[in-house]
Design a protein around this ligand. Structure first.
Ligand code: GLN
Length: 491
């Protein structure tokens, strides 16, 4: 039975279609894997009854010769996606036992296409973090460990539960969101594939908002092909989100395996950082060589405003967060802590409901938006954002099809090891990923090698707006050359 959890999404789909396998069997194997993996803390809510029922309905549809592109496929859902009738908390105490009366557009499209829900995955509180340690439900442990060591490692964040669930083979894919790197960084840390599509590719309706001008949903999967299959179902126009683009969704899977001959790949010199581990340098060079042997042309490019991206992001994102999180006041959702009067009730509720990192963001955000500081910080950061976007546009206008960079400046690190004394230490994880959100571009992380301690390392490919297809073609070249990275089971 457990062998079924080693299938890729594409393999499982093909076997289900040929009726060599039932969704009931496939789902049961994954439910069992989820239960056995509780030490990872990847799930904050398991929904085995719902999964079993959905699997049964899928089998009935397959028997009738019906069924969608994801029919019978068990998936995990980040706890940032509202799921109708199923507790959704964004891993914050303030949402407590919130049970949405509606389904997010992205998840409703997955169910429309036949997918099966295994449960809700852990994440940093309101998706603020890079290690999944800010979750109200506690840290997630990566399925990866350093060779010869039992030190618990982080799976990255904020989508740490989704990353761990995919890497530990507890599901065939998972949804995630990415505001500054939350899909790509955990993918790189866990040897999985994660794509943040172009801003506007997936609807944000029904996803708990962090920073609305940066947030995007995307899949995390075992392979590039699996990510392509999932994204096709997740993406598409939605009248309920005015920032969701009215652009038809291509068949992403068709881009997997397509020749990359003649594509021009930019190598931005600003992504070569002082103090970067030599292993990251090495896999970056290796990635260049692989793409070159597949017929792509490499060109040196410059994105001169890169160094301002992280500081600007940590102004824009908290500013939007402070405004988005104003709605959690003890009146409409979740937690309410009684007070002397209504203002006191708001204060008590927010003080008790939000964790330290969220409070820090609300304070920073309120500060940079306040009269007198708005022009100095927020407005300036917005101008920097325009310059970052322009850097990319100039390269694309000059004929570059995509860029290749490292996904993260380091491999995964130990639980409790970073950011304790200085939160900026944690923020530095996002140095290669935030630029992509600031510019609204698509970015994919694909495993490309390991460090000396056996931990996976990822590369990032950044594409032109709405050209996720080129990213799938290019990342598959890297995947084919690098092979897959599967964690050894210790749980
Ligand atoms: N680590 C970044 C932050 O804490 C990005 C998080 C995300 O993409 N949701 O803001």
């Amino acid at each position: 039975m457990t062998e079924l959890t080693t299938l890729t999404l594409a393999e499982a789909r093909d076997r289900l279609r040929k009726k060599e396998l039932s969704s009931a069997e496939l789902t049961a194997a994954h439910i069992e894997a989820v239960e056995k993996a509780r030490p990872l803390n990847a799930f904050v809510l398991e929904t085995p009854e719902i999964a079993t029922q959905m699997a049964k309905a899928s089998d009935a549809r397959i028997a009738k010769g019906e069924g969608g592109p994801l029919e019978g496929i068990p998936l995990a859902i980040k706890d940032l996606f509202c799921t109708k009738g199923v507790r959704t908390t964004a891993c914050s105490h303030i949402l407590d036992n919130f049970v949405p009366t509606y389904e997010s557009t992205v998840t409703s499209q997955l169910w429309r296409d036949g997918a099966v829900m295994l449960g809700k995955t852990n994440n940093d509180e309101f998706a603020m973090g890079s290690s999944n340690e800010t979750s109200y439900f506690g840290a997630v442990q990566s399925p990866w460990r350093r060779e010869g060591s039992n030190t618990p490692l982080v799976p990255g964040g904020s989508s740490g539960g989704s990353a761990a669930a995919v890497a530990a083979q507890l599901c065939l894919g998972a949804t995630a969101t990415d505001t500054g790197g939350s899909i790509r960084q955990p993918a790189a840390f866990t040897g999985t594939v994660g794509i943040k599509p172009t801003y506007g590719r997936c609807s944000r309706w029904g996803i708990v908002a962090f920073a609305s001008s940066l947030d995007q949903a995307g899949p995390m999967a075992k392979t590039v092909r699996d990510a392509a299959i999932m994204l096709r179902s997740m993406a598409g126009p939605d009248a309920k989100d005015t920032t969701c683009a009215d652009i038809a969704v291509p068949d992403y899977e068709a881009a997997v395996g397509k020749s990359v001959k003649g594509l021009r790949i930019g190598i931005p010199k600003e992504y070569r950082m002082d103090g970067m581990p030599p292993e990251i340098e090495k896999i970056w060079q290796q990635g260049c060589d692989w793409l070159k042997s597949a017929g792509a042309e490499l060109v040196d490019v410059s994105l001169p405003h890169t160094k301002y991206a992280l500081p600007a992001y940590y102004i824009v994102a908290p500013a939007e967060a402070s405004s988005n999180l104003a709605r959690y006041d003890g009146v409409r959702y979740g937690l309410r802590v009684p007070g002397r009067d209504i203002s006191d009730m708001y204060e008590q509720t927010r003080a008790e409901g939000f964790g330290d990192e969220v409070r820090r963001r609300v304070m920073i955000g309120t500060y940079v938006l306040s009269a007198g500081y708005y022009d100095a910080y927020y407005l300036r950061a917005q101008k920097v954002r325009t310059l970052i976007k322009r850097d990319f546009e100039q390269c694309f206008d000059a004929g570059v099809h995509a860029m290749l960079t490292p996904a993260t400046p380091t491999a995964s690190f130990g639980v409790g090891e970073k950011g304790g004394a200085d939160p900026v230490e944690m923020y530095l994880n996002d140095i290669f990923t935030v630029t992509v959100n600031m510019a609204g571009l698509p970015g994919i992380a694909v495993p490309a090698g390991s460090d000396a301690q056996g931990l996976p390392l990822g590369l990032q490919l950044i594409g032109r707006p709405f050209d996720e297809e080129t990213l799938f073609s290019l990342s598959e070249v890297i995947e084919q050359a690098a092979g897959r990275f599967v964690a050894q089971r210790w749980w």
